[in-house]
Design a protein around this ligand. Sequence first.
Ligand SMILES: NC(=O)c1ccc[n+]([C@@H]2O[C@H](COP(=O)([O-])OP(=O)(O)OC[C@H]3O[C@@H](n4cnc5c(N)ncnc54)[C@H](OP(=O)(O)O)[C@@H]3O)[C@@H](O)[C@H]2O)c1
Length: 234
Amino acid sequence: MSTKVALITGGSKGIGFGIAEALLKNGYQVAITSRTINAANLAASVLVAHGDVLAIEADVKDYKSQQDAINLIIEKWGRLDVLIANAGVGHFAPVDELDVESWNEIIDTNLTGVFYSIKASVEEIKKTKGTIFTISSLAGTNFFAGGSAYNASKFGLTGFTQSVMLDLRKYGVKVSTIMPGSVASHFNDHSPNTEDDAWKIQPEDMGKLIVDLLAMPARTLPSKIEIRPTTPKG
Ligand SMILES: NC(=O)c1ccc[n+]([C@@H]2O[C@H](COP(=O)([O-])OP(=O)(O)OC[C@H]3O[C@@H](n4cnc5c(N)ncnc54)[C@H](OP(=O)(O)O)[C@@H]3O)[C@@H](O)[C@H]2O)c1
């Protein structure tokens, strides 16, 4: 049987990197994207210790770059089994202080960018009866002050993914949305630190979650999964 292939948007660090590492350790060939080839190559230089990895510069805000990424993967490996639509950004400010550029970047990345990556890959994933994961957030079901743009993008993404799940299951394609709480990553210019280790979900935990979900029986479709720290700070 051919080796399975996964694409992770935003695999240069954080959650995407953790998922890439876990999939490689479980025998997948893995493509990761980033907004810059340098960041993608740097991550790939670490990930290559675990298997066959392809670094791609592709901004999820640019539909053509998503199509080019899929073409590169098909040229190299001939198939695509799993898409992890993970790339995301956050800027947090009360709505009266939120600037237009921040709003657009969040919606274009977290919502439209996921549509673009699914649109570009869906025909290949139909061929393999594969799986699509979107990385939403608990912010896709719980709103908070200062989170208007991020909440809008993740509420939208949660609804979008559930609809896509209903569209694609007739092709044998599974679509799941993952809704994490706090993960120790570089999100919003954070630097993971020892304090994070005490309570936050770690990127490798997100990797284990994806590997475990992919191992579910073919007849089951875990469509929406919330995952949160067991003991949140404060
Ligand atoms: N950390 C949390 O607590 C948390 C909780 C719930 C949900 N999430 C979600 O998890 C996802 C991953 O975030 P993270 O926590 O791992 O943050 P992170 O450490 O900042 O990683 C974000 C990743 O997304 C990539 N990225 C950002 N914009 C992109 C674009 N336009 N095109 C392609 N790649 C892009 C970044 O790559 P480059 O910078 O190299 O371009 C990086 O690889 C996001 O969707 C986020 O909303 C995070």
